[in-house]
Design a protein around this ligand. Structure first.
Ligand code: CUA
Length: 162
């Protein structure tokens, strides 16, 4: 009889343990880090914001902009201009509300707009988002502040507030 009780207790403990494990995995799976939405790093274009035609500055209305960027070793991709050349400087009017959406297809990068409060870690598989208002006109350098490889120090972009 005692064996039976121990057997039931053992199996019961195992079930509880597995439920906790399963719940933990479920919780992690459905609650990614607060800054991000999980996407496939090998196919960032499947996510609307990172389709080539949506990269760079998107005007929502006179006061609102969305800027989509793919950060990869060792470049910030702001899309291409009318002539098909890579955009190197993104421009927004001062005082507008800007939502930055940035992802990485390879390794961890940084997205720090020097002299502003915009400073994000960009992780493959996640969309880092930050909304801000930039009131001071000027040229700002966007720098990668996470070591990402031999070209890390060459990784920068320019934001012009006019
Ligand atoms: Cu990208 Cu350092």
């Amino acid at each position: 009889r005692f064996e039976k009780i121990w057997l039931v207790f053992g199996i019961g403990s195992l079930v509880v343990f597995m439920l906790i494990l399963g719940y933990g995995a479920f919780w992690k799976g459905t609650h990614p880090q607060s800054h991000g939405q999980i996407i496939d790093p090998n196919n960032v274009e499947a996510y609307d914001a990172f389709k080539p035609e949506n990269l760079g500055v998107n005007k929502v209305d006179d006061k609102r902009y969305v800027i989509n960027v793919v950060a990869s070793a060792f470049n910030y991709d702001f899309g291409t201009d009318k002539d098909g050349n890579a955009v190197k400087t993104i421009r927004i009017p001062k005082g507008s509300n800007v939502l930055f959406q940035v992802t990485s297809p390879d390794v961890v990068h940084g997205f720090n707009i020097a002299g502003t409060n915009v400073n994000m870690m960009i992780e493959p598989g996640y969309v880092s988002k930050m909304e801000t208002v930039l009131n001071n006109p000027g040229e700002y350098t966007i720098v990668c502040n996470e070591y990402c490889g031999v070209g890390h120090h060459l990784m920068f972009g320019t934001l012009e507030v006019y």
